[in-house]
Design a protein around this ligand. Sequence first.
Ligand SMILES: *Cc1c(COP(=O)(O)O)cnc(C)c1O
Length: 309
Amino acid sequence: MMPFAELSSPLERLYHPAAGEAGIQLFCKRDDLLSPAPGTALQGNKVRKLAPVLRRALAARRPPLLVSFGGAYSNHASALATAGKRYHLPVHLFIRGEEVDNPVLDRAVADGATLERISRAEYRQHRDENWRSRQVLRLAQRYDLAPEEIWIIPEGGTSPQAIESVSAIVGEITEALGDAPDYVALSAGTGGTAAGVILAAEAKTRIEIFPALKGSWMREEINSRLPSPPKASWTCIHDHHFGGYGRFPQEWRIPSAGFATRADISEPGLPPLEAIYTAKLFSGVLTRIRQGCYPPGSTIVVLHTGGIY
Ligand SMILES: *Cc1c(COP(=O)(O)O)cnc(C)c1O
């Protein structure tokens, strides 16, 4: 079974009153609808990002061990565990920080992933080559594999191949609209999805990145992931993180059967949003529309990267 043979998502027009009043055309790129396993974390931008490595793993002579990293609530770690189960690939996850039981990690364990908790201090070394080589040798021995069968996937799944895979979003948008949009707005965690969109965008498009985390390092982080200078201009909009990663207004919290919360940002005509990434993004875009940040006549595409509810 080859995963994700055809990856593409619909572009929907959003008839939001604020857009009508500002004279702009608002669209949503529904990557949240991408999922080979609906109801799991293997959805949204995690599908785009993991597709290349999963395809390579399934084409390998022997299944490699997929190794990755994440915090205790990492959508990426959970998505990789679900992919491991679905495509029969072994998964080993380094989880940052103290023992916390939560539904995201429970799910990864139920999916058959091996979890190894490491201290925050050790986690900080995870990009270090020496640390990595030591782990590869140790895991090769533990799983009885050759070192080259230990495949390390970066945090958030953000590899150069993942960034290239995400880039396809831009062509899909242009094809659906018949022209490149004036603006694309999207959320950022590691900035890998942002890098993919920025790389492929046309010169007329302006990319607005809404980091879900507090801090001002995102621009540098994204820049470091761009293999060549982009045609499009792009900017990070830093005042819509609502206090930082995982923090958001109390009224966005709605009890749900899933493993996080569905965000109620009380706006008609919006797709379902979760509180960690996409509610912050949509609330930011709507605020900017009302502030008159986009000239009348503009087309704005908001990228819905998905999320777990
Ligand atoms: C993981 C995730 C992101 C962050 O993507 P990056 O490529 O790491 O910036 C954004 N939105 C959703 C819904 C996610 O699950």
